[in-house]
Design a protein. Structure first.
Length: 204
């Protein structure tokens, strides 16, 4: 007697670490997707159609979520976020002015290192300066909400102080600082206040 039928088999597409809503902390996950198989003697033999979309499964609690759950930062990502946002903000402002200024570049590298990215150097700064403008803006916008307003103001102020190292802010630098402030989800009043404080500190 031949026994045949259909069965859904789940495949692991990728693995990684995410913030599990049920566990309340960082956990290992599997990104999975199901597929219908024709079975012969209960053994999957012929792959048929895919079933539904992809989902994220926690290795600990076995909870399942939409892939959008991966947009929530993990604890490790949060720890590195201030330095990452500093890198992006500083690069945006530097390339709107004189990005070859040695003092400004050295200050930029030092600020990022102090924020926690000890391996950052001038080569890393050059790489950041070469990234597409819109790509950086999107990345900043996605990450900014994870930080408190005070932290975001500090990032903008650091970028403004570096832009002021070679003198008065140019029109391009002011416009870029305003754009960076918007990407950091700061109001116009906050942006104006931060830039004003940076000017007073630098004497410009």
């Amino acid at each position: 007697m031949i026994i045949f039928g259909w069965r859904v088999v789940f495949f692991t597409l990728t693995r990684g670490t995410f913030h599990c809503p049920d566990c309340g902390g960082d956990r290992e996950y599997r990104r999975r997707q199901g597929r219908n198989f024709f079975t012969l003697f209960f053994i999957p033999v012929i792959p048929l159609t895919k079933t539904g979309g992809e989902f994220i499964e926690c290795d600990t609690c076995r909870g399942r979520w939409n892939p959008g759950v991966l947009n929530v930062p993990t604890t490790a990502q949060l720890a590195h976020m201030p330095a990452m946002l500093l890198r992006l903000a500083i690069a945006q402002v530097l390339r709107s002015g004189d990005y070859t200024n040695a003092a400004a570049r050295a200050r930029a590298v030092g600020v990022v290192q102090q924020a926690g990215d000890a391996g950052y150097d001038d080569a890393g700064l050059t790489a950041d300066l070469g990234r597409p403008f819109e790509e950086v803006r999107v990345e900043m916008g996605n990450a900014a909400s994870a930080l408190a307003p005070e932290a975001r103001e500090s990032i903008l102020r650091a970028a403004a102080e570096i832009a002021l190292i070679d003198g008065q802010l140019s029109v391009s630098e002011e416009e870029t600082l305003s754009a960076v402030g918007a990407d950091l989800q700061l109001t116009r009043v906050q942006v104006t206040g931060v830039i004003s404080m940076a000017r007073q500190e630098s004497g410009h």
